[in-house]
Design a protein around this ligand. Structure first.
Ligand code: SAH
Length: 216
């Protein structure tokens, strides 16, 4: 029997030392059992810092990417967050621990099997502040808009305008943009509704597929 908790502690300590993550991100990543979010075959690699296949041609993001995105979003307790691309469900689980019971994570996944698996895991772990939606998240999720924060875990051809419009004033959106070469963008909407975009450098994500994404 492997000691997952110990492996998790070592992983988080390395992220903390090398990325200077905040206490809330650290605490959330210490809590969420990443090994339950990867296929059984990869369980022994769950606490290494790289992406892993989760089936259907998709991947669970590397832990450092989850940490960096949480950090850039400056997540706070009580916030309503939209995630596009549930995948394994790991990233949304981490975010849900940060926003807490007064907050909410709405996460959209286009592949029903992945969405259902994530729902089952959340049920098992008792994570009740996450709502999983099956559908095309490239158009956002108008029903529960506006959001304090939005992040996309698949690369879009351009910054999806629908997502910008579903952001509250003072909100932040993170989205990888590009096809062969991709860059991580932080989009901020100030209190007057003005938009500012910053490029945080090159990244590697699976493609966003849908109306405001790439063609299948
Ligand atoms: N956050 C995930 C990363 C998953 S990879 C994790 O922690 O594991 C990105 C996911 O985005 C894939 O599961 C893919 O199916 C999904 N995806 C791609 N285009 C999408 C779209 N338009 N709407 C919703 N999900 C999408």
């Amino acid at each position: 029997m492997e000691n997952y908790e110990n492996k998790r502690k070592i992983m988080v300590k390395r992220l903390k030392d090398e990325l200077s993550i905040s206490e809330s991100v650290e605490k959330a990543m210490l809590e969420v059992p990443r090994h339950l979010f990867v296929p059984e075959h990869y369980v022994s690699e769950a606490y290494n810092d790289y992406p892993l296949p989760i089936g259907y041609g998709q991947t669970i993001s590397a832990p450092h990417m989850v940490a960096i995105m949480c950090q850039l979003l400056e997540l706070k307790e009580g916030e309503k967050v939209l995630e596009v691309g549930t995948g394994s469900g790991y990233h949304a689980a981490v975010v849900s621990r940060i926003v807490g019971d007064r907050g909410l994570v709405v996460t959209i996944e286009r592949i029903p099997e992945l969405a259902e698996k994530a729902m089952e895991l959340y049920e098992r772990l008792g994570y009740r502040n996450i709502k999983v939606i099956i559908g095309d998240g490239s158009v956002g999720y108008e029903e529960l808009a506006p959001y304090d924060k939005i992040y996309v875990t698949a690369s879009a051809p351009r910054i999806p305008e629908k997502l910008v419009s579903q952001l509250k004033k003072g909100g932040k959106l993170i989205v990888p943009v590009g096809d062969f070469v991709q860059y991580l963008y932080l989009v901020e909407k100030d209190h007057h509704g003005r938009i500012e975009k910053k490029n945080w450098g090159a990244v590697r994500f699976v493609p966003l597929v849908g109306k405001n994404g790439f063609e299948e």
